[in-house]
Design a protein around this ligand. Structure first.
Ligand SMILES: O=C(O)Cc1cc(O)ccc1O
Ligand SMILES: [Fe+2]
Length: 451
């Protein structure tokens, strides 16, 4: 069910449509006609270009926007590195990541009401290098404080796909506002300045930061022209500006380190913008889930919401895949995921409910927890899920009602940070032994297939 049908009143207006050109103006005629950079833009605004791809990227990949603002972003004082002792640098640095073949699972991550958005980011896993614009990073976040009223943040390292598991994020961006709740996602592209307020208190969730390229919709192939996440269900922020010449601080995540500068004006002074590079949100309840109506368990790629492609066709640096409530009707089929070893790595999280291949009790896969099955690490249903699935009477069955699991799937081997392995203190020590060691052999040479 779409989140918008729940109780929280919409605060912002959005434009509908993804991967397309949009324009938005908070004042009549603030967008120049014909020109991008006229000698004197309307209302005495400055024109500023924000590029998300190389100028010469092919048209179908090219993402740029023109911002018409009260003062350009360049009007600021010098950047200075934020001293490492001022934040938990261990939480942002990927310097000590370990690539492990162990199946890993985390108990639910804690809330932390003592910190704001920036200090609430914890890097769990990473592959690649933001300086080389390659790879991805996975964070969990937990915060309970609004960012300071005159502070904004951006990441120069990549596009952040934010997956809240709990709470409400009121995100003010240069392009306008986005209100984000659990069961919705938002993408804040590289470089876009924003601040996060928490109108309902504590928030918690997950982030996939794409160091290279941008998220796009998966091809639909034989599915046809509609299905999965539909273009019109993506909601784009609309221009809304403030006139504020007070002291502002901007924090930048720049190659996993924080830098800060001061300026004498708000960064949220964009009166109008147009282009194809902008922040957006999507309600996971609008996903049009498609599955097998005959037999066998399909690959989870049919549940891809967004994909961040590598240069190899069909091979993602990061796929964002969800497991929404759905009907299972396959006949004579082992319905949960099969046992598998995957050439891709799989980081999973649970927003709500439970996941059909894993037990959900204490020590299981629980909301706000996570798991990582790295490249070629064997996994599949745990022993009790296996037993239930093999003994089930196969009627049409609704799975995951009110539940939402997701996966960041990557072609890269991800390493886990010290925070993820030790300091968070959430790793389940017996995950492997408890899940798959209890599996017993049913092999009997006198049995032939009964199905
Ligand atoms: O491992 C998992 O639970 C994720 C997953 C789900 C699925 O339906 C098929 C393959 C797969 O990796
Ligand atoms: Fe898997």
């Amino acid at each position: 069910m779409p989140v918008s049908e729940f109780d929280f009143a919409e605060k912002y207006a959005y434009l509908n449509g993804f991967g397309v050109y949009h324009e938005s103006s908070a004042l009549k005629d603030a967008l120049p006609t014909g020109h991008n950079s006229p000698q004197r833009p309307p209302y005495g605004l400055y024109a500023e270009k924000l590029s998300g791809t190389a100028f010469t990227a092919p048209r179908h990949e090219n993402q740029q926007s023109w911002l018409y603002r009260i003062l350009p972003a360049a009007a600021h004082r010098a950047w200075e590195q934020v001293p490492l002792e001022d934040y938990d640098s261990d939480s942002l640095s990927g310097s000590n990541v370990q690539q492990l073949p162990n199946q890993l699972r985390w108990n639910p991550f804690d809330f932390d009401e003592s910190v704001d958005w920036v200090r609430g980011l914890h890097l769990v896993a990473e592959a690649g290098d933001p300086a080389m614009k390659s790879g991805l990073a996975v964070y969990v976040f937990a915060a309970g404080k609004d960012m300071a009223k005159t502070e904004a943040f951006y990441s120069a390292d990549g596009d952040m796909l934010i997956v809240p598991q709990h709470g409400v994020l009121d995100i003010t961006t240069e392009f306008g506002g986005i209100l984000l709740r659990a069961n919705e996602i938002a993408v804040i592209p590289r470089g876009v300045r924003y601040r996060v307020d928490l109108p309902r208190g504590a928030v918690r969730g997950y982030i996939c930061e794409l160091y290279q390229g941008h998220f796009q919709l998966p091809e639909l192939g034989p599915i046809g022209s509609n299905g999965l996440a539909n273009v019109r269900d993506f909601q784009v922020a609309t221009a809304s500006y403030r006139k504020d010449f007070g002291e502002w601080k901007i924090t930048s995540k720049f190659n996993r380190r924080l830098f800060r500068m001061a300026q004498s004006h708000t960064p949220f002074d964009v009166v109008a913008w147009h282009g194809s590079y902008y922040p957006y949100k999507y309600d996971l309840g609008r996903f049009n889930t498609i599955g097998s109506i005959s037999f066998d368990h399909p690959d989870p790629s049919i549940f891809t919401v967004l994909t961040g492609p590598s240069s190899s066709p069909g091979t993602a640096i990061a796929d964002f895949v969800i497991f929404p409530p759905r009907w299972l009707v396959q006949e004579a089929t082992f319905r949960p995921p099969w046992y598998h070893r995957n050439t891709m790595s799989e980081f999973m999280g649970l927003i709500s409910g439970d996941y059909d291949a894993k037990s959900s009790g204490a020590g299981g896969f629980r909301p706000a927890g996570a798991s990582l099955h790295n490249i070629m690490s064997a996994h599949g249903p745990d022993a009790s899920s296996y037993r239930k699935a093999t003994e089930a009477h196969l009627e049409p069955q609704k799975v995951g009602s009110r539940s939402m699991a997701f996966m960041f799937e990557s072609c890269l081997m991800v390493g886990v940070t010290d925070w993820g392995l030790k300091h968070c203190e959430k790793v389940q020590q017996d995950y492997n032994e408890e899940s798959w060691e209890p599996l017993v052999s049913h092999f009997d040479e006198s049995l032939i297939n009964e199905t």
